[in-house]
Write a protein that binds this ligand. Structure first.
Ligand code: C5P
Length: 235
C-alpha cells in the first residue's frame, strides 16, 4: 500500500494538437498530469508541452529514450530545457535496457540542465518491461533487477505493471516512484495491454501514478470516464 493516494496521469495519445487541446480543456478541471508520448510529440513537437505548461499542468514526457549514452544525455538536457517561465517538465522516461552508463549519464545531465535552466529536476523513470509484453514467469525478478539498476544510476523510479509494483515497493522503499500503465476499470477493453489492472488494485499494490489512455481518451464522454476512475481511486 502506498503512503499517499496515487495520482492519475492521462495519456494524450492522439494525432493532433487540436485534439490534444480539446482533451486538456475537457479534462483540465479534474486532471493535473498529462502524458505526451511518441505519437503526439512526433506529430506536433514541443508546442504541446508548452501549451500544457502554460495551462499550469504537469507534463510527463514519455519518449522512452534508448540510444548511446551521449545521445540520451543530450536528449534529457533538451527535455529539461522545455520550459515555460520557471516551470519545466514533471517527469520523463528512458529505457533501463540502455544500460548503466546511459542511465547514469542521463541522470547527471538532468541534474546539470535543471540547475542551469533554473527549473526543478524532472523525475527520471526507467522503463522495465512494457505492459503489452506477455507475462513471463520470471518477469518479477526481471523488473526488480531493472529497478535496482535504475536506483543505483540515480533515477527516481520506474514504470512497472501493478503485478510487479508490490515487489518493487518492498525492495526499493517508499521514496522510489512507481508509475503503472495498463490500467483498466472493471469491464473495460484490454486493447493491446497484456498485464492490466484496475485502478484500485494498482493502488493496493503500491503504485504512485496510474497512467490511463484509451479508457479516457477514446470514451464517448472523457470527463465522465476520468471522473469514474478518479472516484475509484478515492480522489
Ligand atoms: O491506452 P492505454 O491506457 O493502454 O495507454 C497506456 C499508455 O502508457 C500508452 O501511452 C503507453 O505508451 C504507455 N506505456 C505503457 N507501458 C509502459 C510504458 C508506457 O503502456 N511500460
Amino acid at each position: 500500500m502506498t503512503k499517499y493516494k496515487p495520482q492519475l496521469i492521462v495519456a494524450l495519445d492522439v494525432d493532433t494538437l487540436y485534439e490534444a487541446k480539446g482533451l486538456i480543456d475537457v479534462l483540465g478541471r479534474d486532471v493535473e498530469i498529462f502524458k505526451v508520448g511518441s505519437q503526439l510529440f512526433t506529430a506536433c513537437g514541443p508546442v504541446v508541452v508548452r501549451h500544457l505548461l502554460k495551462a499550469g499542468k504537469k507534463v510527463f514526457l514519455d519518449l522512452k529514450y534508448h540510444d548511446i549514452p551521449n545521445t540520451v544525455a543530450n536528449a534529457v538536457r533538451a527535455a529539461v530545457n522545455l520550459k515555460e517561465g520557471s516551470q519545466g517538465i514533471f517527469m520523463c522516461t528512458l529505457h533501463t535496457a540502455g544500460g548503466r552508463e546511459m542511465l547514469k549519464r542521463a541522470s547527471e545531465a538532468a541534474t546539470e540542465a535543471a540547475l542551469a535552466a533554473k527549473v526543478k529536476r524532472p523525475l527520471l523513470l526507467g522503463i522495465t518491461a512494457l505492459t503489452s509484453d506477455e507475462k513471463k514467469d520470471s518477469i518479477g525478478q526481471f523488473v526488480l533487477k531493472k529497478a535496482l539498476l535504475a536506483k543505483e544510476c540515480g533515477l527516481d523510479g520506474v514504470v512497472a505493471s501493478s503485478q510487479e509494483a508490490a515487489l518493487v515497493r518492498k525492495h526499493l522503499g517508499r521514496d522510489f516512484m512507481i508509475v503503472t500503465p495498463g490500467i483498466r476499470p472493471a469491464g473495460a477493453e484490454a486493447d493491446d495491454q497484456k498485464r492490466i489492472t484496475t485502478p484500485s488494485e494498482a493502488q493496493a499494490q503500491g503504485s504512485d501514478f496510474l497512467v490511463v489512455g484509451r479508457p479516457i481518451v477514446k470514451a464517448e464522454d472523457p470527463r465522465e470516464a476520468a471522473r469514474h476512475i478518479l472516484k475509484e481511486m478515492g480522489r
